[in-house]
Design a binder for this molecule. Structure first.
Ligand SMILES: NC(=O)c1ccc[n+]([C@@H]2O[C@H](COP(=O)([O-])OP(=O)(O)OC[C@H]3O[C@@H](n4cnc5c(N)ncnc54)[C@H](O)[C@@H]3O)[C@@H](O)[C@H]2O)c1
Length: 360
């Protein structure tokens, strides 16, 4: 039997992974203990997604295991051994701000949890592909020290040499920078994933995500900016913009395009690989620009819609937060020329998310 294990299977990327890989494997095993509800409250619960997957995906099996629990992981991995061909590890504490509240919980979930899964893979399924959803926060606030210029609605980073707009590639240092405690726990995991690839010659890879998004994101104020912003706009609620005049830039990748990267890597893996994985320049937006886009879409649907502007821009940015970030995808594109690149535009993603919120 060919088995794919997905951790964080009820979260955004995990649940989309289950759906994407269901027809490519005999069985998909999901691991998720709904810890997102513990982190961000009832509204961020992913239980609905667990039930949906159980109902809709016939070869899906759910396990409410905590990835910090080695004994329970060991039982599962030893039961299936080398039938396990692919592990997609997305379970995490994903917020900067929350990490500072409980550093021990953050680190044990993000760093120790990842080590537990790597070790289970090494012991029971060493030939499997191990995909880790890392983050651009491993670069800390180094992108803020690029040559940033302020434009009317966003910041832009320019090359010091040519003054042309640039993007961030994988050679940016992850050292000597302020990561936030979340970023630091993800660095620990990212380096371990690379090490299992290089030291044990296992097929491990880190995808350092920009903003990963899509209609299934359970947006919360502390995590999932686009989903949470759209939720506030559609419901007329208030939104806090933390610093940078709302001109902070994020690149957004639809979960489907990210999963297609995973699929291409799995078919031809190399040990210890690292790739930046965001939406790139065409899918980048500032918060101010995102607000305009959502208002435009809502106006198309209802000409009576009055532009939502129920937000406050505070002076203080989040500690270690990026002022500007756009991923350079050249490295993955070069290694996997068959990958079609980004196929879902930011506007299409936002439309899907608006529809999802309107039809809730
Ligand atoms: N969404 C983004 O913008 C983004 C950006 C860069 C990187 N990432 C990374 O991608 C991954 C997935 O992100 P997401 O947006 O799908 O997150 P998510 O919060 O939607 O999903 C994570 C899931 O993991 C589960 N989980 C948390 N702790 C667990 C534990 N101890 N045991 C078992 N399950 C646990 C949660 O209940 C949740 O369902 C994370 O590792 C995150 O750091 C996300």
């Amino acid at each position: 039997m060919n088995i794919c294990i997905v951790t964080g299977s009820s979260g955004l990327i995990g649940s989309e992974s289950v759906a994407f890989f269901a027809d490519k494997f005999d069985k998909i095993i999901g691991i998720d203990n709904n810890m997102r509800q513990v982190f961000f409250g009832e509204n961020a619960s992913t239980e609905w997604n667990t039930q949906k997957l159980i109902k809709e995906v016939s070869n899906f099996e759910h396990h409410a295991i905590d990835i910090r629990n080695v004994d329970e992981l060991e039982q599962l991995f030893s039961n299936y051994g080398d039938e396990i061909k692919l592990i997609i590890h997305t379970a995490a504490q994903p917020s900067h701000d929350w990490a500072a509240r409980e550093p021990l919980t953050d680190f044990t979930v993000n760093a120790n949890g990842t080590l537990n899964l790597l070790e289970m893979t090494r012991l029971h399924a060493p030939k499997a592909t191990f995909i880790f959803t890392s983050t651009n926060k491993v670069y800390g606030d180094t992108p803020n020290r690029l040559n940033l210029v302020e434009l009317e609605t966003r910041y832009e980073a320019l090359s010091n040499l040519s003054s042309r707009p640039i993007e961030v590639d994988e050679m940016m240092s992850i050292d000597h920078t302020k990561h936030s405690l979340f970023g630091a726990s993800k660095v620990a995991a990212d380096v371990m994933v690379q090490e299992y690839g290089r030291y044990f010659d296992m097929n491990t890879v880190c995808f350092r995500g920009g903003c990963l998004t899509g209609p299934n994101h359970a947006g919360a104020e502390l995590h999932g900016f686009l989903a949470y912003l759209i939720k506030c706009i559609v419901n007329g609620d208030h939104y806090n913009v933390f610093g940078y005049k709302g001109k902070q830039v994020r690149d957004n990748i639809h979960s489907w395009d990210l999963l297609n990267m995973f699929w291409h890597y799995h078919q031809n893996p190399t040990p210890g690989a690292v790739y930046n994985a965001g939406g790139g320049r065409n899918n980048s937006t500032s918060i101010l620009e995102a607000i305009d886009l959502v208002n435009k879409i809502l106006k198309e649907k209802d000409p009576e819609h009055t532009d939502w502007d129920n937000y406050t821009i505070t002076d203080k940015n989040r500690i270690g937060d990026h002022q500007w970030y756009i991923s350079d995808l050249t490295s993955f594109q070069t290694d996997y020329p068959e990958w079609p690149g980004i196929t879902i535009s930011l506007e299409e993603t936002v439309r899907q998310m608006v529809d999802f919120e309107l039809n809730k």
